[in-house]
Design a protein around this ligand. Sequence first.
Ligand SMILES: Nc1ncnc2c1ncn2[C@@H]1O[C@H](COP(=O)(O)OP(=O)(O)O)[C@@H](O)[C@H]1O
Ligand SMILES: [Mg+2]
Length: 286
Amino acid sequence: MGQQAKPALTTCDEETKPLILFEDVSKSFAGARVAVQNIDLKVAPREFVTLVGPSGCGKSTLLNMVAGIFAPTSGRVLYNGTPVGALNRKVGYMTQADHLLPWRTVSGNIAVPLEIAGLPRRQIKARIDELLALVGLDQFAASYPSQLSGGMRKRVALARLIAGDPDTLLMDEPFGALDAQLRLLLQIELRGLCRRLGKTVLFVTHDIDEAVALADRCAVFTGRPGTIAEYFMIDLPVERNLKSLRFDSKYQKECARLWRRLTPEIARVGTEDEPALLPFAQEATQ
Ligand SMILES: Nc1ncnc2c1ncn2[C@@H]1O[C@H](COP(=O)(O)OP(=O)(O)O)[C@@H](O)[C@H]1O
Ligand SMILES: [Mg+2]
């Protein structure tokens, strides 16, 4: 691949010490093709960055490298100025599946990271009460996951995620399987919570509307091997009302801008990397 101009880093300026820094990072897996290539990404403390792009372009791979699950093949991933080595304990990770333990109550599930950290019992109890209040589940401390709605389960997972007070939340399509209304509610709660607690977030999504609504900045990936094609500064206020956002012309403009940027990826369908469209769909995209 030719050397292309790298997109400008806009929110993490020269004076700001980045919390997460990818320096020309590439990652290949044994026997597989290159997953990501020449990634430069600088995330400021408390910044909310969404990652959007076609499936298989390496978004999860980037999160895994911040978490220290695997190292880059070339380049460096720094966290707070230090190369990420073994498991990065300053981050919390959340995926689409909530991985709640069915035999533990809500409190018991939230306690897991606190128990692993070896906190004294009394401290665990106090922290759980605080977290239950934060996610509005005080009344459900003794309930089991099977007794909860999908949204409540997500809130438990969120409380467990922030229990150990990580600086950074790595979120890999966490709301992917939810219906639109519930997704909106959780987006409101997540952005509010992160602002309030001063969390830094890397949030992967397929959903363009979500990528705009949540983000201070959005990184747009190209297809495999994944590179960041462009950074979009999201031109919306930091304190925003997600509930009325869809009627906001600025928001609609931002979504349209992102759509236009991602649409060329649809043209890649039918190439070596992606299965061909059905014939009628091919006609419709011409
Ligand atoms: N642990 C792994 N072992 C081998 N190949 C992997 C592994 N993780 C990801 N890959 C490959 O890296 C590429 C990018 O994957 P991934 O980061 O999951 O993409 P995305 O999250 O954007 O869908 C894919 O081709 C995938 O098969
Ligand atoms: Mg993924």
